[in-house]
Design a protein around this ligand. Sequence first.
Ligand SMILES: C[C@@]1(CC(=O)O)c2cc3[nH]c(cc4nc(cc5[nH]c(cc(n2)[C@H]1CCC(=O)O)[C@@](C)(CC(=O)O)[C@@H]5CCC(=O)O)C(CC(=O)O)=C4CCC(=O)O)c(CCC(=O)O)c3CC(=O)O
Ligand SMILES: NC(=O)C1=CN([C@@H]2O[C@H](COP(=O)(O)OP(=O)(O)OC[C@H]3O[C@@H](n4cnc5c(N)ncnc54)[C@H](O)[C@@H]3O)[C@@H](O)[C@H]2O)C=CC1
Length: 293
Amino acid sequence: MQSFSEIDNLSPGGGSLMIAWQLKGKRVLLVGGGEVASTRVEHLLGADAHITILCPERGLHLTTKRYIDAYPSRIVYFDRRFTGPSELHKIDLVLTAIDSPATSREIVDLCRKAKIPVNAADIPELCDFYFGAHIRDGPLQIMISSNGNGPRVSAIIKDKVRASLGGHEGLAISKLGLLRSRLKERVPEVGGSVGRKRMRWMTKICNEWLLKDFTFLDDAMIQKLLDDGWEQNRTPTFEEVSGKPSTSPSEDTASQPERASKSPVFGSQYLISIANFAAGAAVMAAFMYARRR
Ligand SMILES: C[C@@]1(CC(=O)O)c2cc3[nH]c(cc4nc(cc5[nH]c(cc(n2)[C@H]1CCC(=O)O)[C@@](C)(CC(=O)O)[C@@H]5CCC(=O)O)C(CC(=O)O)=C4CCC(=O)O)c(CCC(=O)O)c3CC(=O)O
Ligand SMILES: NC(=O)C1=CN([C@@H]2O[C@H](COP(=O)(O)OP(=O)(O)OC[C@H]3O[C@@H](n4cnc5c(N)ncnc54)[C@H](O)[C@@H]3O)[C@@H](O)[C@H]2O)C=CC1
């Protein structure tokens, strides 16, 4: 059992809860239409929310205007300022991105009374949650947050993380999602021993296949994987299921460590590293020995 001091070390506090908030079909009020608001619209559209924008037309950023014109069924736009509590009727979430902290404060107060979560772009201490720097590739979403300390640094780190991705991760995850749902259709039981078996099998496939190989999954391959894999309680290889050779691990920037340790290519790279290290150590030892003499 963990002692209290160990638990204290595990949760030092000072952070925030990073969650993937499901906004599909929810109503979001965005007050303001400037540059910051335009980025909010992008995120809200990506999350399938119903959006209401309040902002005098002369204050609209070109990008916000483009979104309003392009998605009339998703965005309701009013060419006016926020007027009062009635704006919050049936609203699930409020975002302010305006150039008036006093008005932002008033809106936040009203949201508190109505128990509606709110983000005020200009007043971090009043926000129920912060935005972060995002990377999105289909269902893959990565958010970098500095928890209010350095938004620009979040954006810089985001660029570094993005550069380390291969570009195939989103598609691979979509295909994996399809495999998972087909498996759940086949064995719909929730929890219990079947649930555990299903999770073990999915975990094994994820560990053993290269991420990029999942991008090739089609209906026939999924069927074969389930028939020859799940039903036989084994995990067939990509080669077996597709009839094609696997993608080269060097092409797969997200290659899994489990696979790496088993892969002959990675295995030989590992041996070469050990050999290099041993050779370096031998030279160093000889050098030290020579100096002592
Ligand atoms: C607390 C938070 C509340 C919230 O907005 O939810 C907040 C608050 C404030 N930002 C301010 C300034 C800047 N914000 C950015 C950029 C971003 N800001 C974002 C989020 C957040 N900003 C939340 C914390 C997130 C975190 O901690 O990680 C990002 C990540 C996401 C997004 O906005 O969607 C997005 C990058 C997206 C991308 O590029 O991917 C830049 C740089 C730039 O524009 O390039 C600058 C200028 C440089 C700088 O200050 O760093 C100011 C005015 C400060 C002042 O007056 O001095 C305030 C208010 C204050 O702090 O008082
Ligand atoms: N969180 C973040 O990422 C960042 C936040 N900020 C803060 O966000 C705020 C907005 O920044 P920008 O978009 O660059 O400003 P902006 O000046 O481009 O846009 C402000 C918009 O608010 C509208 N507006 C003002 N009062 C309003 C009201 N009562 N009702 C409806 N609309 C109203 C204006 O017409 C304008 O369209 C600023 O306070 C800024 O300090 C700034 C940079 C980054």
